[in-house]
Design a protein around this ligand. Structure first.
Ligand code: MN
Length: 245
């Protein structure tokens, strides 16, 4: 083979390899979109405990992450460790197949697996600077949820009127369509095979130290730390079928 041609073939091969690696890197779930599996571990916060001050105080953040989230993980590991088939499932599958799991561990997986899924999402969609939604998700909010002002109003009302403990969520389907959702306790939309684009925790442990009984004030302030660039990444991942929990 003439030298020039050989060089050209080598170069083309190298470029294809580099492109394949780039695609693989994009397709690998990041901390933003991962689907964890056993043994479950506490994901590090992507910011310092005071990273969402003054909306979320540092003490609440530390207790919420290091104690509450950690406890869900400890209890989830304990529940599935002796059930090999269950322990082999990624968390999203565990929750989607909840009704097929041994009855003896079903409630523990529902509560602690749901808790782990929710909080893994929750930390990454905060730490931002709020403002208006960006990118394709902004278009989807306008199309499906009546615009950002309407979304905030409906999402906050869902959280404020959730009796006791639970979550207020925006769900995303594989076509990128958005819908609102609110659930009690740690009940996860993943139990219905659905995906949470982002959600807010309305358990008292999420806000009581700073806001006491004023849950609506917490819900209103929370939008100031929403991380729209991360939400856009989760939105793109959902459309590609790559959003874990
Ligand atoms: Mn919580």
């Amino acid at each position: 083979m003439p030298t020039l041609l050989r060089r050209s073939v080598l170069l083309t091969g190298t470029m294809l390899l580099l492109r394949a690696q780039a695609v693989k890197a994009e397709a690998t779930p990041s901390t933003v979109t991962r689907d964890p599996s056993y043994p479950f571990t506490l994901p590090p916060l992507p910011y310092a405990f005071d990273g969402n001050e003054p909306c979320v105080d540092a003490q609440t953040m530390e207790l919420h992450h290091d104690k509450h989230h950690a406890a869900y993980i400890t209890n989830l590991n304990a529940a599935v460790k002796d059930s090999g088939q269950v322990a082999a499932m990624p968390l999203s599958v565990m929750l989607a197949k909840l009704n097929e799991l041994p009855e003896s561990i079903r409630a523990a997986v529902r509560n602690n697996g749901g808790g782990h899924a929710y909080h893994s999402m929750f930390w990454v969609v905060m730490g931002g600077t709020g403002g208006n939604p960006q990118g394709e998700v902004a278009t989807a909010i306008a199309r499906d949820l009546g615009g950002f002002a309407q979304l905030k109003s409906d999402f906050n009302r869902g959280g404020a009127t959730r009796f006791g403990s639970g979550w207020t969520n925006v769900l995303v389907d594989a076509n990128g369509a958005l819908s609102l959702d609110t659930r009690p306790n740690q009940d996860s939309p993943l139990m219905d095979g659905r995906r949470v684009l982002f959600g807010n925790d309305v358990w008292e442990h999420a806000y009581y130290l700073r806001y006491q009984n004023r849950r609506p004030d917490y819900l209103a302030a929370w939008w100031n730390v929403v991380n729209w660039p991360v939400i856009e990444k989760r939105y793109q991942a959902a459309k590609a079928g790559m959003l874990g929990v």
